[in-house]
Design a protein around this ligand. Structure first.
Ligand code: GEK
Length: 258
């Protein structure tokens, strides 16, 4: 897959700030977002390639795909490459700046492929229905933990039999030494990608109360309780993980048993 990495360099936290405000997905962030996410999330490119591969398996003709917390539509644009043309991709984000920029990007790239409907909306307010594939790529982590169960239940109800959810998250660890090690390794990753200690520290302060990670076990448990029958963590790099959750039980071919 061609790596998404054409935006200006993220230098938002490169100078000392008197007071580091809470992180917002505003115009400033949108301007540098592809560079920011590629240099901050270990495995982001790999997760995106696999979303494209998984979509090719799960997206069925005439169904809806939901990309919840779509940002600049990295997943939406990849899914569109292989989705049947009678599908609809619903790309949802509550950042007006993200949706505005994505609208421009889609217009500029022409209108080939299935329909994409953009929703500038809180993902908790959309009713997912008739869906074969739902993507929550690094988004659930920004919702208050108390509202996460309802989101996952809403996804489960909106999936057709055989449908799947792709859930990627920053995760935390119960074991303090593991938590410490993974945090350090993540910071090493950011430094290796050109972020200074100051940038790492200021970004950490900005995101502290905005992004609340949970453990892999907490996610798996929530998915189980919501009704998902096949739950497969398929990717982990340091403190980032991705899980594929299929609505029903899979047979040996990876298809949902009827
Ligand atoms: C990608 N999935 O590139 N409702 C809708 N959107 C929300 C909400 C909410 N309640 N809360 C946060 N967001 C993307 C990357 S970024 C991950 C996702 C990151 C949106 C928020 O505006 C932002 O665009 C996105 O979720 C999170 O595959 O920046 O680490």
């Amino acid at each position: 897959m061609k790596q998404e990495h054409q935006s200006p360099r993220d230098d938002l936290y490169s100078l000392p700030l008197n007071q580091v405000g809470s992180f917002e997905f505003d115009e400033q962030v949108v301007r540098v977002f592809p560079d920011m996410i590629a240099r901050s999330v270990p495995g982001y490119g790999s997760i995106l390639s696999m979303i494209e591969q998984l979509a090719a398996r799960f997206v069925l003709p005439g169904t809806a795909v939901w990309d919840l917390g779509c940002s600049l539509g990295a997943a939406t644009r990849l899914i569109r490459r292989t989705a049947p043309t009678d599908c609809t991709i619903h790309a949802v984000d509550n950042s007006a700046a993200m949706i505005e920029r994505l609208r421009v990007m889609l217009t500029e790239s022409g209108n080939s492929g299935c329909e994409v409907i953009l929703h500038e909306s809180d993902l908790r307010d959309v009713k997912i229905c008739d869906s074969s594939f739902v993507v929550l790529n690094l988004t659930l982590q920004f919702l208050p933990p108390a509202s996460r169960t309802e989101v996952i239940e809403n996804v489960w109800r909106g999936l057709r039999p055989g449908g799947a959810l792709l859930l990627s998250e920053k995760i935390c660890f119960d074991e303090p030494t593991q938590q410490h090690l993974m945090t350090e390794l993540h910071h090493d990753f950011k430094r290796a990608n050109g972020y200074s200690d100051l940038e790492v520290a200021q970004k950490r302060t900005a995101i502290e109360n905005r992004l609340i990670p949970e453990s892999l076990e907490t996610h798996i448990d929530r998915l189980k309780r919501a009704g998902f029958r096949t739950i497969a963590p398929w990717f982990q790099c340091f403190n980032f993980a991705s899980i594929l959750a299929v609505r029903g039980e899979c047979d040996v071919h990876g298809n949902e048993k009827q």
